[in-house]
Design a protein around this ligand. Structure first.
Ligand SMILES: [Fe+2]
Length: 223
């Protein structure tokens, strides 16, 4: 199983919503993550207050991007709505909408990230892989943490730390979390785990509103 996904660069940066708040945030992300003098941990710590500010503003995310998606490839009606993607696919921002009672599969992301809760409540179960990764389709995970998340809470992904998790909505209405990731998360091949049977398989979640390849985008435009 390979972790490498070759994706063609896009012709330009893609914005799926019109929002000054999001544009300003992405510009700040670029500025901070381009700094060569700080490591990723320091950069994410510096970014967090800006992310907190974005999460605190409740008017910039259009309703359409805060809705569940019955045709979800993740299953469970989970909507994964792409909001922004860099043309070199080194950065993406998306919302993840999980219906009440639904849980994501246990999955990884394979990139640094900041995730924050915008609406509802969630329970996050964080895992750590404890096998060597050498046996095909086999993975042994241990739970490292179970966290209750409220609106405005933020957590970091710094692989391998925090990179494998499952998220469940615990509020009576859907939860919406905003994801800032250092890759094109929906389009890369990553991993889905079944901890009970110690198994792992390749997984590509896609996005609810955007294709992964340029040819698909042309197709999409014709429809
Ligand atoms: Fe995730």
């Amino acid at each position: 199983m390979t972790n490498d996904t070759i994706l063609e660069p896009l012709p330009e940066d893609q914005w799926f919503i019109e929002s000054q708040e999001l544009r300003a945030f992405v510009a700040t992300v670029r500025e901070i993550t381009d700094s060569a003098s700080e490591n990723r941990t320091q950069q994410l710590a510096k970014l967090e207050p800006y992310f907190q500010e974005l999460l605190a503003q409740q008017q910039w995310l259009p309703e359409k991007f805060a809705q569940v998606n019955p045709e979800s490839k993740m299953g469970g009606g989970i909507g994964q709505w792409l909001l922004y993607r860099a043309k070199d696919r080194s950065l993406s921002v998306f919302s993840l909408v999980i219906p009440p009672g639904s849980t994501t599969p246990v999955h990884d992301h394979l990139a640094w990230g900041l995730i924050g809760l915008y609406k509802g409540n969630q329970e996050e179960t964080v895992y750590r892989r404890v096998d060597s990764g050498n046996a095909a389709e086999h993975a042994h995970l241990e739970i490292t943490e179970v966290r209750s998340l409220q609106r405005g809470d933020i957590y970091r992904l710094l692989p391998p730390d925090g990179d494998i998790h499952a998220v469940k909505t615990t509020s009576e209405s859907e939860s919406v979390s905003i994801h800032l990731l250092g890759n094109d998360t929906g389009c890369i091949w990553r991993h889905q785990f079944i901890p009970e049977s110690h198994s792992v398989k390749s997984f590509r979640s896609g996005y609810s509103n955007a294709p992964c390849k340029e040819e698909e985008e042309k197709q999409h435009a014709k429809v």
